[in-house]
Design a protein around this ligand. Structure first.
Ligand SMILES: Nc1ncnc2c1ncn2[C@@H]1O[C@H](COP(=O)(O)OP(=O)(O)OP(=O)(O)O)[C@@H](O)[C@H]1O
Length: 311
């Protein structure tokens, strides 16, 4: 398979902040690649470096075998994280306007219908809801039927049904051969859409792989979560590993067939519980395993800073 997007050793610093600390990755043609990671990890900076809207300090990027700023614009679609089209154009006028910027483009009416805006197409952009505005923006990014589409948090602010509309749209584009590079905080979105996922933390790509591969490598086993005032010691005779997490006890390596055994154990020992839930590990567990430390450091830091302020 040919490569559509390549980053080699990309570094970018802003004053004292390292946004990208040497990122190397490649995305094959027709692949959907999802970039996940905490706030401030460098995702938008990486998208900007790959689309030619920021210059890296070092390293290089290629899209469709060209430097990002030299890619044929007809072949590239970009939805930036912050995108403010003119407020006093209707959804229909906006999509038609962006269509007019390209030699070849899709039918704007069909694009509006695809993003679920066929009924709001005569409303000024400024009067659309946040989610409707984001749908218009998604429409403008793909109106030229690009070969490579960068979507920086495409479904932020879009309601659950609308999110599924956008997901189906992305799936259809991928089925027709479009390469999609997506950033998202929605693990269900990454897991559903992506062939491969990359996890960026502090400007470094700390893990990459298929969603299933990442889950197998980093997310641990299935778990039964029990809401209970009892702690782990009440569970020590269970033949499964357990851990106390706040007001819950988490029992690991429990298959669906074992749930009955655990419930019998609770009943026989008279252990109080108010809820039970069983879950397979998923991409969210991968994220929590690999990126949670960044959050803990950050929140600890904030708490300490606050303590210092009030002391
Ligand atoms: N133009 C800029 N000037 C100064 N610092 C910047 C600039 N752009 C990004 N940064 C910093 O670089 C780091 C990475 O930011 P970036 O926006 O790439 O993160 P992100 O992963 O996209 O975050 P989010 O999930 O919140 O969108 C942050 O610390 C941010 O403050």
């Amino acid at each position: 398979m040919d490569t559509a997007v390549v980053a080699e050793g990309l570094e970018k610093r802003y004053d004292g902040t390292t946004a990208l600390a040497g990122v190397t990755l490649s995305v094959e043609r027709g692949e959907v690649f999802a970039l996940i990671g905490p706030n401030g990890a460098g995702k938008t900076t990486l998208v900007r470096a790959l689309t030619g809207t920021t210059e890296p300090d070092s390293g290089s990027a290629r899209v469709l075998e060209a430097a990002p700023s030299a890619v044929d614009r007809d072949r590239l679609g970009v939805l930036p994280q912050s995108f403010s089209p003119p407020d006093r154009l209707t959804a229909r006028e906006l999509v038609a306007y962006y269509a007019g910027l390209y030699d070849d483009h899709r039918d704007p009416e069909a694009v509006l219908a695809d993003v679920g805006l066929a009924n709001a197409d005569d409303t000024w952009y400024e009067n659309l809801s946040g989610g409707q505005q984001r749908r218009v923006c998604v429409g403008t990014a793909l109106v030229n039927d690009p070969d490579v589409l960068f979507l920086d948090e495409p479904t932020t602010g879009i309601d659950p049904a609308g999110r599924r509309t956008v997901w189906r749209l992305i799936e259809d584009l991928a089925d027709s051969g479009t390469t999609v590079f997506l950033t998202t905080h929605d693990m269900a979105e990454a897991e559903r859409l992506a062939d491969r996922v990359g996890l960026l933390a502090d400007g470094e790509l700390v893990a990459r792989g298929t969603p299933a591969g990442l889950v197998a490598d980093h997310a641990g086993s299935s778990r039964l979560t029990i809401e209970t005032p009892a702690d782990q010691t009440a569970f020590e005779d269970l033949p499964f590993p357990t851990a106390t997490r706040g007001s819950e006890v988490v029992v690991r390596e429990v298959s669906p067939a074992d749930i009955g055994r655990v419930v019998d154990y609770l009943e026989q020992r008279g252990i109080d519980y108010s809820g039970l839930s069983w879950a397979e590990p998923d991409l969210e567990d991968v994220y929590l395993e690999l990126a949670d430390e960044t959050e803990l450091e950050r929140t600890d830091g904030t708490a300490l800073a606050r303590a210092g302020e009030t002391a």
